[in-house]
Ligand binder design. Structure first.
Ligand code: SF4
Length: 102
């Protein structure tokens, strides 16, 4: 089952380099600093809760709602979420422009 990717008006992540939110792998000091900065941005974003809830039930990659993929695995386990859906689109609307991520 697929699920539509929500569109968030004026998300704070649209203001910065998408690399912060979609690190290839979380390894090395510079990546960790980027992750920390991305989480800080999410912490000030009005969409944080909705963004995280969406990410918890889908297979999206990267940082959503201030939470990394690995952290989402832990949250899913804690909440008993055993099924995740693939996003319906390969486009993620994190900015006013469409950014293809894969
Ligand atoms: S909470 Fe979601 S929409 Fe807001 S900055 Fe973070 S990743 Fe972007």
């Amino acid at each position: 089952m697929s699920i539509e990717i929500p569109f968030f008006d004026n998300p704070l992540c649209a203001e910065v380099d998408p690399e912060l939110f979609f690190p290839m792998e979380i390894k090395g000091v510079s990546t960790l600093i980027n992750v920390r900065n991305a989480k800080k941005i999410c912490g000030s974003c009005e969409h944080r809760i909705d963004c995280l809830e969406f990410a918890l039930v889908t297979t999206v990659q990267g940082i959503w709602g201030g939470v990394t993929e690995r952290e989402r695995h832990g949250l899913r386990r804690a909440r008993g979420i055993s099924h995740v859906s693939a996003p319906a689109s390969k486009f993620i609307f994190i900015s006013k422009k469409r950014k293809e991520i894969g």
